[in-house]
Design a protein around this ligand. Structure first.
Ligand SMILES: NC(=O)c1ccc[n+]([C@@H]2O[C@H](COP(=O)([O-])OP(=O)(O)OC[C@H]3O[C@@H](n4cnc5c(N)ncnc54)[C@H](OP(=O)(O)O)[C@@H]3O)[C@@H](O)[C@H]2O)c1
Length: 246
């Protein structure tokens, strides 16, 4: 029987694929039959090991450098799906945040998403189809203490997603966001036991998310099952955001 989601023949670029969630997204796309291009910046070894495991390829760029970004697109285009996953998650109270801190986060989490999406969509237009998925966060709608700059960029990429859907839809390109809640990673239980316990108590589904949970949402949004869905934000948080905020 034909699988419900079959991405055979689709080329998918995943940024930050050497990281925690990026590698889970890559594994789920590969499981759906897609050809994965695993982007990395510093994490060359994990990205290469991942690419070997899922029979994909790697590409390298500092996404805050327009020249590196353009060179990467020139080397790998065309792609059918872009997952904007790379980001920095600096924690610093607003009163201590410097202009340089702010610029670095905005350059990586917002400006690179704008620039990479624009560059990739230009290569999708001749085929009149494509899908862009941007990893936002539940903090894009509800900030956490010390995460002001990060949360601001995630709110901004949610609006960028809607605006991009509005303008790129006429070219057959769909743009959606996925907003994860707390996603587990090796060592998190030891490093932050009280946070993990609080999350488990608050989440109606009583567990942390996995990188694959995020990957499953991305695969769905990239697939023909979502062909009439654009400009949306799919929240993947085990139900935490069902709580009243007052
Ligand atoms: N962890 C969570 O609970 C959570 C919750 C909600 C949303 N998110 C979002 O999920 C995404 C992945 O997060 P994660 O937890 O997996 O973080 P992570 O392991 O730190 O991965 C992020 C990746 O972004 C890449 N990156 C950062 N700056 C870059 C730059 N200038 N150029 C190119 N690549 C750059 C890094 O690549 P290199 O390592 O190769 O340098 C890194 O591997 C992010 O968008 C994050 O905001 C995470």
């Amino acid at each position: 029987m034909t699988p419900v989601i079959n991405l055979n023949g689709q080329r998918v670029l995943i940024t930050g694929a050497g990281g925690n969630i990026g590698s889970g997204i890559a594994r789920r796309f590969a499981a759906a039959g897609a050809e994965v291009i695993a982007h990395h910046h510093h994490s060359a070894a994990p990205a290469k090991a991942l690419a070997e495991e899922i029979r994909g390829t790697t590409t390298k760029a500092d996404l805050t450098d327009p020249l590196q970004l353009q060179r990467m697109i020139h080397e790998i285009a065309p792609v059918d799906v872009l997952v904007n996953n790379a980001a920095v998650q600096t924690v610093r109270p607003l009163k201590d945040t410097t202009a340089e801190d702010w610029r670095e986060i905005v350059d990586t989490n917002l400006n690179a998403v704008f620039a990479l999406t624009q560059a990739v969509v230009r290569t999708m237009i001749p085929n009149a189809r494509g899908s862009v998925i941007t990893i936002a966060s539940i903090e894009g709608t509800h900030p956490a203490e010390g995460h002001a700059a990060y949360a601001t960029t995630k709110a901004a990429v949610l609006m960028h997603t809607k605006a991009a859907a509005l303008e790129y839809g006429r070219f057959g390109v769909r743009c959606n966001a996925v907003s994860p809640g707390l996603i587990g990673r090796p060592g998190i239980e030891e490093q932050w036991p009280e946070g993990v316990a609080r999350w488990r108590a608050a989440a109606p589904l009583h567990r942390l998310g996995t990188p694959e949970d995020v990957g499953n949402a991305c695969v769905f949004l990239a697939s023909p099952l979502a062909e009439w869905i654009t400009g949306q934000n799919l929240v993947v948080d085990g139900g935490v955001s069902t709580h009243p905020t007052w």
